[in-house]
Design a binder for this molecule. Structure first.
Ligand code: AMP
Length: 430
């Protein structure tokens, strides 16, 4: 009988191993620290929502709804979807939990996996993670500016390299239709050069042509009319104040007149964070204002503004420091069977004392054990052999500095005392 074959993960779905998830945790913790200072509270949302929520919020004519959603019928035939993004869920929760009355200007942040059936490539997966923030109930430019200051501070805090903020206004319900019509006319006049997708977009959702990744379309769209030329007075004033506030706070940004968000409900402020060195998938995050969304989901006419950052791409743009990747403070190396008990006792007390400690199995040569400790990137090795057991002290070697000075840990010391001694050895001699 042949051995069973290993089962692979589903295409576009990947594992995040400890080295990477350590970085992710640092990015999430920094988000929590920064966002909390701006008055945001965390919302934990379900991963599954009714399909209708996304059909209504994203618009039937977006790529996501047309071809990228993981939708299925529940056993009772309810149409369900793995969320492709979280703003719709945030708005649903805002309405369903009565925040719209109890906390109408709620500030919520979230993190978690999103699902889109896109073609996988570097930086693009079918399950990916986002950190996002939403401000409900505010339509004033201060809300947009404050959110962008927070975003900039966060990117700086995590060390996102060469992240550039691009800004635009896509108009509102007054002037956006005018712009849409102008784009449609432009598209019709250039149909011959446009891809099949854009052929459909011309009639159904012409703003999406600006988003097209096909080279010939991109070339044509460089000559398309820009939203800025169609803005109504209200949108013009809103954008001007957002810009003035960003400049006051010295938040660097560039205007990108061709920036549109892929989703139908965006209006006025639209922005994207772009990083260099990430290849084709260089958008780390994006967001904007969505004043019509709450009403579209059955609520009152409440405005909103928010952003989402992709964690995979953020981790690439902000890879972190060596220190984060440090191994344990020490690895305990029992040389023989008699040292197993004392080795575990030593490890437990040091761990109780707050240190990260590795523990190797007994029964190998000292050389093999030291190699294992090195592989774990341990700072120190605490050796327990026959001689050490007799003397009641572990011999400590510095694996980084390789100094010969003999250091010892008394096995009968308390946890805090052991931790203090070990820390002094790590800190000493520098
Ligand atoms: P969006 O919700 O499309 O505005 O995306 C916001 C951010 O999420 C993007 O800038 C990316 O960083 C990230 N993102 C979106 N789709 C994917 C994907 N398929 N794989 C990885 N990251 C993604």
């Amino acid at each position: 009988m042949s051995a069973p074959q290993a089962i692979a993960a589903v295409k576009g779905f990947r594992d995040v191993l400890p080295d990477e998830s350590r970085r992710w945790r640092a990015l999430e913790e920094a988000a929590e620290r920064t966002f909390t200072r701006y008055g945001f509270g965390e919302i934990r949302l379900p991963v599954v929502e009714r399909t209708e929520l996304f059909a209504r919020s994203l618009g039937e004519t977006t790529d996501i709804v047309e071809k990228e959603m993981y939708s299925f019928a529940d056993r009772d035939t309810t149409g369900l979807t793995l969320r492709p993004e979280a703003t719709a869920g945030v708005v649903r929760a805002y309405l369903e939990n009565g925040l719209v009355q109890s906390d109408p200007t709620a500030r919520l942040f979230y993190r978690g996996p999103m699902f889109r059936r896109e073609r996988p490539q570097r930086g693009r997966y079918r399950q990916f993670y986002q950190i996002g923030a939403e401000v409900l109930g505010r339509d004033d430019p201060l809300a947009d500016a404050e959110l962008l200051v927070m975003l900039e501070r966060y990117l700086a805090a995590v060390g996102a390299r060469a992240a550039r903020l691009e800004l635009n206004s896509v108009g509102d319900r007054v002037c956006r239709p005018v712009y849409r019509e102008r784009l449609r006319e432009f598209g019709r006049a250039h149909l011959a050069g446009l891809c099949p997708d854009c052929h459909r977009r011309v009639e159904r959702n012409p703003l999406r042509m600006l988003d097209c990744k096909v080279e010939s379309c991109r070339e044509i769209m460089t000559r398309a009319p820009v939203a800025a030329d169609s803005l109504c007075d209200g949108c013009r004033a809103h954008l001007a104040q957002v810009r003035a506030l960003l400049e006051q706070e010295r938040v660097a940004y560039v205007m990108n007149p061709r920036l549109v968000r892929g989703l139908d409900y965006y209006c006025r402020t639209a922005f994207e964070v772009v990083a260099s060195g990430l290849g084709a998938q260089n958008a780390v995050g994006g967001g904007g204002r969505y004043d019509g969304l709450v009403a579209a989901l059955g609520g009152p006419d409440v405005p909103g503004v928010g952003f989402a950052l992709g964690l995979e791409r953020l981790a690439m743009a902000a890879p972190g420091t060596e220190a984060e990747a440090a191994g344990p403070a020490a690895v305990i190396l029992p040389l023989e069977a008699g040292a197993i008990g004392p080795a575990l006792a030593l490890a437990t007390r040091l761990r109780d004392g707050g240190l990260a400690i590795g523990l190797e199995p007994a029964g190998r040569s000292l050389k093999a054990l030291l190699r294992a400790a090195d592989r774990r990137r341990a700072r120190l090795a605490a050796i327990l052999g026959e001689e050490e057991l007799r003397a009641g002290r572990a011999t400590v070697r510095d694996l980084v500095r390789h100094q010969d000075r003999r250091q010892v840990l008394p096995l009968d010391a308390s946890g805090p005392e052991l931790a203090r001694l070990l820390q002094a050895m790590i800190g000493g001699g520098e």
